[in-house]
Design a protein around this ligand. Sequence first.
Ligand SMILES: [Zn+2]
Length: 190
Amino acid sequence: MRGAMGAGHSFLLDPWALARSGSSGRKSWAGIVPLRAFDRLAALAGSGATAVEVRLDFGLDDEGRCRVRGSAGLRAGVPCQRCARTVPRAVEADIDLLVLTSEAEARALTPGHDTCVVTDPSVPVAALIEDDLLLSFPEHGCEDRDACEHAAIVARAGPPGPDGEPSGTRRESPFAVLAELAARQDQGGG
Ligand SMILES: [Zn+2]
């Protein structure tokens, strides 16, 4: 089933109906969900991203609870703090959560379960997956900050530092940072 509710809707799903309807114990749902259905993710992902690709399997676990497993992903522009450019990155989240009807039910669970409390019979698909996508969102645009492919651009364009060196080429030694921390501890230790 793809795009069950069509574009323009918020892709409402009934997790329990889906979980119970699978003939082999699980039912799949896949769709392209517009980014505007995700408030927080849309603010983070920037204007370049448009939609989230979602694949979910709904089923009942051994105790009859609604379990949702699958994946969600998008391409987003992630700002790099170092080179100040926005870098296109793939954001992928693995989904594995229990859909529960009350906070009390969630609290009664042993820790370690990812849960989503749903009080209405149907829920926007974004509510099931947005937290996992936010957690999977990369912190830095350039994957390896030391190998930041755009750092050279900053070095060339950076204004001169106090000692006449272009500030962009200066690199803080990790040992200098450690020495500074040690000095601070010595001073504040008494
Ligand atoms: Zn960078």
